[in-house]
Design a protein around this ligand. Structure first.
Ligand code: DOR
Ligand code: ZN
Length: 384
């Protein structure tokens, strides 16, 4: 039995469903699941009901998180067709702007080129540039931001896009033309990762992330998973999965797109897309370390260092996770803490059991129980 001490992991892409869908998850259950998975900070998406698209709605969501979260939470603002750039006054309190340009859960979808121009232009002008010398690292290359005239550096945060297929080159070009850091969430296809390679080689300000389900599952698993295997982007072909592994050096972040829906909802003929994942991130990745497919440093780069750098996250002092990296067990629905109560990896043998989590000097998870009080997690960037 080998216990390894890791920094707290960051899951830069979760849907904690509050407000509006608390029968699926809420800030307490989602962040408790995170702690049990060795994750001490999460970045929460804006496709709630109502969506996070105005200062009032952002403040209301931040208050809910402040009252209930047990790990740290950053909040995205979302681009919507109704509120346009209403979020700009509180842009500096968000970890980024999320734009859905491809099919997703909920109503947040932007399909109009004129609107996309507007979002990139206004985000570029919102004064959110980070200090640092105008230079920033992306996996595989170093880029210099194209716009030296930008307002005084403050905190640069990216436009995060769900952009599949032909929408990816559209977003890459807009980010290049406006000099805005583009973060491409859940990349799945060979065509997409190869386009990102080309963009990085050309110095485009782009980073990207891949989910565990797109790394460890493929369309071959769909007959076994049924409607539980439905998510956006859909599970891709085995060749697409191979391409992600071949191009791992270009993948900046592993994030789960933790998207809980109830089993009853998933049993419908047309289920809502998405799968839970925040608490299975670490064991799945450690299992890949056991198999020689990843190194521990690969995990720490993509689940700690890069998320911190890309989103400008604060460090968490006296925070660590003890994991028995040799403990072997089977993932199961019954062990999940997410309110949705299931995992697409049920039945999968994994290595890596979280023994305890210490957050800011306090034991918040002891291997069995979440000990942190609701509201002990911090909501990031709210003091600015
Ligand atoms: O599968 C998905 N589920 N993809 C998304 O883009 C959204 C997410 C959700 O919110 O359920
Ligand atoms: Zn998502």
């Amino acid at each position: 039995m080998a216990t390894v001490r890791l920094p707290g992991l960051i899951d830069a892409h979760v849907h904690l469903r509050e407000p509006g869908y608390t029968h699926k998850e809420d800030f307490y259950t989602g962040t408790a699941a995170a702690l049990a998975g060795g994750v001490t900070a999460v970045l929460d998406m804006p496709n709630t009901a109502p969506p996070t698209d105005t200062p009032e709605r952002f403040a209301a969501k931040a208050a809910l998180a402040a009252a209930k979260a047990v790990c740290d939470v950053g909040l995205f603002v979302g681009a919507t067709t109704s509120e346009l750039d209403a979020y700009l006054p509180i842009a500096h309190r968000a970890c980024g702007l999320k734009i859905y340009v491809s099919e997703t859960f909920g109503s947040l979808r932007i399909e109009d080129l004129g609107l996309l121009h507007r979002f990139f232009r206004t985000w570029a002008a919102s004064g959110k540039w980070q200090a640092a010398s105008g230079k920033w690292q992306v996996a595989g290359s170093e880029s210099t931001l194209a716009d030296p005239q930008s307002p005084v550096p403050d905190r640069r945060s990216p436009v995060a896009v769900h952009a599949e297929e032909l929408m990816l080159p559209v977003c890459l070009n807009l980010s290049h033309l406006y000099g805005v850091h583009l973060h491409v969430v859940h990349v799945t296809r060979r065509s997409e990762i190869e386009l990102i390679r080309r963009a990085k080689e050309r110095g485009y300000p782009v980073t990207c992330e891949v989910t565990p389900h797109h790394l460890f599952l493929s369309s071959d698993d769909l007959s076994r998973l049924g409607t539980r295997g439905d998510m956006r982007p859909r599970l891709a072909s085995p060749d697409d999965v191979t391409a992600l592994w071949e191009n791992l050096a270009l993948v900046d972040i592993f994030a789960t797109d933790h998207a809980p829906h109830t089993l009853a909802e998933k049993a419908q003929a047309t289920p809502p897309p998405g799968v839970p994942g925040v608490e299975t991130l670490l064991p799945l990745l450690l299992t890949a370390v056991h198999a020689g497919r990843l190194s521990l440093d690969d995990i720490l780069l993509r689940c700690v260092e890069n998320p911190m750098r890309i989103y400008g996250l604060p460090t968490q002092p006296d925070t660590f996770v003890d994991v028995d990296v040799d403990a072997r067990y089977e993932l199961s629905d019954a062990r999940m803490r997410t309110k949705s109560g299931w995992t697409p990896f049920a039945g999968t043998p994994v290595f890596g059991r979280v023994e305890q989590v210490i957050l800011r000097g306090r034991q918040v998870y002891d291997g069995e129980r979440v000990l942190a009080e609701p509201g002990s997690g911090a909501v990031l960037f709210q003091s600015a």
